[in-house]
Design a protein around this ligand. Structure first.
Ligand code: G4P
Length: 521
């Protein structure tokens, strides 16, 4: 039986430490997936699960991998897709964002808009997905709520339209004014925020003496916001002009139920999607999906490889034979999983908006489409302009076979871009990255997963442009540039600096030299 419940598929973007893991836990707690916060993202001696399977991630405290958490809330199915927090992985973030319908931008009330938040937000804007903002850590002293609204407007260029307004300044979080109903939602602390925090809704005249002064202040600011036309407007939100704002303390589970309600009320449904040839697949049409992430090495005990697909249309049923749009070949989906951190479970059916992991699907790459019925191919996920380049070689010549296999796998997963040329030969591929931390991931996985230590040697290139075969021939032998080929066939011209790239383009207007989207800046 297809599951006809509506879907909400979203991601949380934030600067590291803004509280993304804590919020994920709190959301799952509210949806009663887990009974006590701590079961999702292992912190301290809590059970480790979602995104810290890699030792390196643990050491750095950042999330590199992606997983999806699915839960049911008010008869909706919610898919929360995890994004890497560090901007070195913006390419990865972009891919993940191609799989969601909306994003939640999490802001630390004490720190305001931090660099990574801004970068990730730009990635979101590039994808054109609506963004909701959650001001987190309101239980701690921080900036004033009005100040934060000004920052969002000034730095991000989105009009903030608060849906809740805090009662009590940062550090003295009594509750919120629900701007849609005018009610006071009063919070009660629980020990360590480990269970669902009780909330009481009351009208203005039921507000207790203790809270009256702060309530009055909140009401006045709320009225100012209304005068300032900072009220939610669904069309402008969906058009990416405004961002609804909420106040929360993920740690104390304050405001979390409101975020879930908000997702249900205003976040967009999965919608019809256009293919490269302009044809449109509606959500009720035959099954189709695209791969937004390929990952292996989640389990050291047995080699696994998961291709994560976002269902675009139709109902997926395990065992279904689908067509791989790139090759036109059939592909049997005997093994499909849902992924909840390290825990995977077999998926029987999935609906548009859901994330499915295809197990050991060797032929599937990031950006691929699979479908049933009429042919459809979704636009490829664009790659970003790499700005860091190294040559790689096997640290142990005796393990060259493992080296090759590892590089090929990491290339397919899109961990780095792998560039080759006849001149350099296959033994020393060039690895290109948006952020240098990607090389650390390569080193870590080559050593620990593929048993092939790797050596890097830095290359003095800074700029990459896309060219074609004719361009490759014309550029050969020119100073300050080298042309290599990516495994998808794209010719990449690497320049020592911006100046050389500019002069070459200026002096040779016949050569195709196309800039790629910038991910790092
Ligand atoms: P991240 O995934 O975005 O990197 O952030 P994470 O949830 O790990 O939170 C970073 C730190 O901020 C954690 O503290 C966490 O407890 C704290 N935090 C998250 N939300 C809130 C909040 O609403 N209020 C307050 N006061 N703190 C919050 P930590 O000391 O680094 O870790 P832990 O030992 O407390 O787990």
């Amino acid at each position: 039986m297809p599951d006809a419940r509506p879907r909400r598929t979203f991601a949380v973007i934030s600067h590291p430490d803004a509280g993304k893991s804590t919020l994920t836990e709190a959301l799952a707690l509210h949806a009663r997936v887990i009974t006590e916060a701590g079961a999702v993202h292992g912190k301290g001696d809590r059970r480790a699960t979602v995104s810290d399977w890699m030792a390196m991630e643990k050491a750095r405290g950042i999330s590199i991998t992606s997983a999806a958490l699915q839960f049911v809330y008010r008869d909706h199915v919610i898919n929360l897709v995890d994004t890497p927090g560090h901007s070195d992985f913006s390419e990865d973030t972009y891919r993940v964002l191609s799989a969601v319908d909306s994003a939640v931008m999490l802001v630390d009330a004490g720190k305001g808009l931090e660099p990574q938040t801004l970068k990730l937000f730009k990635v979101c804007a590039l994808r054109g997905i609506p963004v909701m903002t959650v001001i987190n850590k309101w239980d701690r002293p921080g900036l004033s709520a009005l100040e934060l609204m000004d920052l969002i407007q000034a730095k991000i260029g989105l009009r903030p339209t608060p849906l809740t307004w805090p009662v009590g300044e940062a550090g003295d979080f009594r509750g919120v004014l629900d701007r849609r109903t005018g009610e006071f939602v009063k919070y009660t602390r629980t020990a360590g925020g480990a269970t669902r925090a009780p909330e009481r809704r009351m009208s203005s005249d039921e507000v207790e003496d203790d809270d009256v002064r702060l309530w009055q202040e909140a009401v006045e600011e709320h009225e100012l916001l209304t005068l300032d036309e900072a009220d939610h407007d669904q069309a402008r939100f969906l058009a990416g002009e405004t961002t609804p704002v909420m106040f929360a303390s993920a740690l104390q589970n304050f405001g979390v139920a409101q975020l879930l309600d908000l997702l249900l009320d205003i976040a967009p449904d999965p919608s019809p999607t256009e293919g490269v040839d302009g044809s449109v697949r509606d959500v009720v049409d035959d099954f189709s999906a695209f791969i937004f992430k390929v990952q292996s090495g989640m389990n050291n005990l047995h080699r696994d490889r998961l291709a994560y697909a976002r269902v675009v249309s139709g109902t997926f049923e395990r065992g279904m034979v689908v067509t791989h749009a790139g090759t036109g070949k059939p592909f049997a989906t005997k093994f499909a999983q849902s992924v909840f951190g390290r825990d995977t479970s077999s998926v029987e059916t999935a609906e548009p908006g859901d994330i499915v992991g295809f197990v050991n699907a060797q032929s599937l790459r990031v950006g691929d489409t699979v479908y049933v019925g009429d042919a459809i191919e979704y636009p490829p996920v664009p790659s970003f302009a790499p700005e860091h380049f190294v040559t790689a070689s096997a640290g142990d010549i005796g393990r060259y076979k493992q080296f090759r296999r590892g590089i090929e796998q990491l290339d397919q997963e899109g961990v780095v871009q792998v560039l080759r040329s006849d001149l350099r030969g296959d033994q020393n591929p060039v690895l290109a990255a948006v952020g240098p931390m990607q090389f650390e991931v390569v080193e870590d996985r080559m050593t620990n997963e593929f048993n092939s230590p790797i050596r890097f040697s830095r290359l003095d290139y800074q700029v990459a442009r896309r060219t074609d075969a004719a361009g490759a021939t014309a550029l050969a032998g020119m100073r300050g540039v080298e042309v290599l080929q990516r495994s998808d066939g794209t010719h990449m011209a690497l320049f020592v600096d911006q100046w050389r790239a500019m002069v070459t383009a200026r002096d040779n207007p016949e050569i195709m030299l196309e800039a790629l989207p910038a991910g790092g800046a």
